[in-house]
Design a protein around this ligand. Structure first.
Ligand code: SF4
Ligand code: SF4
Length: 288
């Protein structure tokens, strides 16, 4: 089985417990204004617009109506041996994609994981939204469980059907779930999606004892309303007071569109929000 992989980061200390190998999958079911990796949102359309921009001739256009022509049937090929990872192609893509994502077999990803396994606690699959490739994740986690002692985590936006969670959870140790906003209108504005699916995921994952943490993003002017925060932490505490909450500062690194250059929240605001969360008696609150 193959998955469309954007990147594999061999070591990370910020994507779950301990040192981890992180597999980023291409494609998302949200279009967040705050996205740090907007090039992971869509699959490549093979439009060919990035090909001539590569200074190292690491992109080639095959098929269609002829070499270099745009149109149906053509395919953009990434020649990894020539690529210098300057990311000019990524920055210039008008479709929030990358020509560098590639189809990888489970066995190929597993071989990379086995190289890093002596040095890591586990693996995390992220995105994009990795649950849009749920069957690939399930097969990868199954193989990791069968052949290593590593734990398996998912980093998700929560916009996932309970049936997909049910397929994944027998081979998943924990889920880190992002909550971009609690107010329904703000959530739709920021993500293009309804908040209800995220609430449903939280309840479902708690019922399966698989919710490792909820990450709430604090964006000045969007999610800095204390009323909405109080409503969210009350919901989390009522669902399970053991939920670990991470209050995540918005940072504009990599962000495109209207939030490019948008300021981060002040330390004072983050501390005030942490105090509000503490009053709801959640077990653990962190600021990141
Ligand atoms: S990465 Fe973007 S610009 Fe390049 S071929 Fe794909 S869709 Fe077109
Ligand atoms: S990242 Fe690689 S493929 Fe993209 S423009 Fe740079 S050298 Fe070319």
């Amino acid at each position: 089985m193959t998955g469309l992989v954007t990147k594999i980061l061999k070591f990370s200390l910020v994507d779950g417990p301990g040192n981890r190998t992180v597999i980023f999958l291409q494609g998302c079911n949200m279009v967040c204004l705050n996205c740090h990796n907007p090039h992971t949102i869509n699959r490549c359309r093979h439009c060919g617009e990035c090909v001539s921009l590569c200074p190292n001739k690491a992109l080639a256009l095959h098929g269609g109506e002829g070499e270099g022509a745009k149109g149906s049937g053509q395919e953009v090929i990434h020649l990894a041996n020539r690529c210098r990872d300057c990311d000019l192609c990524v920055a210039s893509c008008p479709h929030n994609s990358t020509p560098k994502a590639r189809l990888m077999d489970v066995s190929e990803v597993l071989a990379i994981i086995k190289q890093t396994s002596p040095f890591i606690a586990g693996i995390t699959v992220s995105g994009g939204e990795c649950t849009t490739q749920a069957e690939f994740v399930r097969e990868l986690f199954t193989q990791v469980k069968a052949e290593t002692n590593l734990n398996t985590f998912i980093d998700s936006n929560g916009n996932t059907d309970p049936k997909a969670w049910d397929r994944l959870m027998p081979v998943t140790d924990g889920v880190m779930l992002d909550c971009k906003a609690w107010d329904p209108d703000t959530h739709r504005l920021l993500t293009g999606s309804d908040i209800q699916a995220i609430k449903t995921s939280i309840i479902h994952l708690v019922s399966l004892d698989k919710l490792y943490e909820v990450r709430h993003l604090v964006i000045p002017g969007f999610t800095d309303d204390e009323t909405h925060l109080r409503s969210m932490v009350a919901f989390l505490a009522a669902t399970n007071p053991q939920i670990r909450l991470v209050l995540q500062r918005f940072r504009n690194h990599g962000v495109r569109g209207p939030l490019a250059g948008h300021p981060s929240p002040s330390q004072e605001l983050m501390l005030r929000f942490a105090q509000v969360a503490r009053e709801a008696r959640l077990r653990e609150i962190r600021i990141r």
